[in-house]
Design a protein around this ligand. Structure first.
Ligand SMILES: NC(=O)c1ccc[n+]([C@@H]2O[C@H](COP(=O)([O-])OP(=O)(O)OC[C@H]3O[C@@H](n4cnc5c(N)ncnc54)[C@H](O)[C@@H]3O)[C@@H](O)[C@H]2O)c1
Length: 457
């Protein structure tokens, strides 16, 4: 297992050139931010990939063209529909990473029925398909206790490992030549709710807000996904592990949807003010996506982890003001900070957490994983990528404008930028959404602008 993930996304060539690993891996949400990094990483080591995404928030350009060709399989569509039509896709799968979801509180608030149903129905369909068709990973996990989230102590992990490991070594080892299979269901730190217990531990009581507040339905839907995964595991229908992801950042994350880091980076490179909601003392912990995917792979491939819940993230907190200052400093930007009061940012009360940080001992003990990429390194990568993108767009805009047409030049530049970064790009409140959740996106089918989206909160 690679200890240090690459510092830049694997290239198309690198992903193409490796000997087959003998493993087939299914990724839902494969064209999304995290899914695409996972796909690159697994292809790089030689996995055959089955990739599903409906492109509702994902982008096809996140995946190289050859991922859509044999031996890989690409299906554009909803997880449930694809697996209903082609259940045989599951037959030879060793591992499943279920990342497809309507991501973030605001998107759920804007389209509650669609979002809640998407997060719950797709997970139910996925798990049922595994139970019925994924011969290599639905082996009963007898003896292990689903919902055993208190495995921070070594004893619990070892206990689970003994039970499930013996299963894996038997049926699964037999089936896949020693490879370990499993299903990873992506959950979110949002499920911890309004707790002030820091760091957040997997075994602590979840303090979700009331169902009368739509803001909490994202967390409830993810908590229900966790229940489903653990129930299927407990019933021996699918060996599952739940990953509670904390704020994840890195290349290919787009600022359109309100994520704090890409938005700050974009505005800093452009020399625009970085807007911070509240007083900026809110703290978050950011983990590079290349570390995150390493952790996810280890969770699936460590039998002792199956049937359990793990935080995934990086433990170093930073306040949003310090984050903004650091991005400005590292990009040598002339940007300023602009503080926006909560009341102005939201038309209605919005529960926010002042601190959010993961306890990572359980993950470290069970898998040996700890994040290796520093925040500064990720920021530097992102600043460099943004500069390149900005320069390319500027040059592209200039090339279509007649010399001397200054106002047209500016318009073309703006048009070129907004074409690549559609919707809610200019006026969306960049601070609050992601400061609150960092996994917040605007409605995908509402057709609303960023302005109306943010103002409607
Ligand atoms: N990025 C973070 O900081 C973060 C934090 C907590 C949890 N998560 C979880 O990680 C997972 C991946 O998040 P991400 O940041 O990569 O978001 P993303 O929006 O980039 O990826 C989600 C992908 O799922 C696809 N999708 C949505 N519904 C689908 C459906 N019904 N069928 C097929 N594809 C569908 C989207 O098109 C998108 O490509 C999600 O489950 C999310 O809840 C992410």
């Amino acid at each position: 297992m690679t200890a240090t993930p690459p510092t830049t996304p694997p290239s198309d060539t690198a992903a193409q050139g490796n000997a087959p690993s003998g493993r087939t891996t299914l990724i839902t949400g494969a064209a999304g931010f995290i899914g695409s990094h996972l796909a690159h990483r697994l292809a790089q080591r030689g996995d055959r990939l089955i990739l599903i995404d409906d492109l509702s928030t994902g982008r096809s350009q996140n995946l190289p063209a050859h991922f859509t060709q044999l031996p890989h399989i690409w299906r554009q569509g909803q997880v449930a529909a694809v697996l209903k039509r082609e259940p045989e896709l599951m037959a030879d799968v060793h591992a499943v990473y279920h990342l497809a979801a309507t991501v973030g509180v605001r998107l759920v608030v804007e389209n509650p029925v669609e979002a809640i149903r998407n997060n719950i129905d797709q997970t139910a369909a996925l798990l049922e398909a595994v139970a019925n068709h994924a011969n290599l990973i639905n082996t009963p996990a007898s003896g292990n206790t689903a919902g055993n989230t208190n495995g921070t102590t070594k004893g619990n992990v070892e206990h689970a490992g003994k039970n499930v490991g013996s299963n894996a070594a038997g049926s699964v080892g037999e089936n896949v030549g020693g490879n370990v299979g499993g299903v990873l269901v992506a959950s979110s730190s949002e499920v911890y709710g309004m707790t002030d217990r820091i760091p957040m531990r997997e075994d602590q009581t979840l303090e979700l807000g009331p169902t009368t507040s739509p803001r909490w339905s994202y967390a409830h839907s993810k908590a229900l996904d966790e229940h489903m995964a653990l129930a299927y595991h407990q019933n021996g229908k699918a060996r599952c592990v739940v990953a509670r992801l904390f704020n994840t950042i890195g290349p290919r994350q787009i600022g359109n949807y309100g994520m704090v880091v890409p938005r700050f980076v974009q505005r800093a490179v452009a020399g625009l003010p970085l807007e911070i909601y509240g007083d900026g003392t809110q703290t978050r912990c950011f983990c590079d996506v290349r570390d995150t995917v390493e952790a996810l792979i280890r969770l699936v491939e460590t039998p002792a982890c199956h049937g359990q819940v793990f935080n995934v993230g990086r433990a170093q907190p930073i306040s949003i003001t310090d984050l903004a200052k650091r991005i400005i400093a590292r990009s040598n930007s002339r940007s300023t900070l602009a503080y926006v009061p909560y009341e102005q940012a939201y038309a209605q009360n919005f529960d926010d957490l002042m601190r959010r940080a993961p306890a990572l001992e359980k993950l470290q003990t069970a898998t040996g994983f700890s994040a290796t990429i520093s925040l500064d390194q990720t920021l530097d990568d992102l600043i460099s990528l943004e500069r390149t993108a900005s320069t390319n767009q500027h040059q592209g805009a200039q090339s279509v404008v007649k010399p001397g047409a200054k106002s047209a030049d500016r318009q073309a530049e703006v048009a070129a930028r907004s074409a690549s970064q559609p919707a809610c790009n200019v006026n969306v409140n960049p601070g609050q959404a992601e400061i609150s959740t960092n996994d917040v996106k605007p409605p995908r089918h509402s057709g609303k602008t960023g302005t109306s989206w943010s103002r409607s909160q």
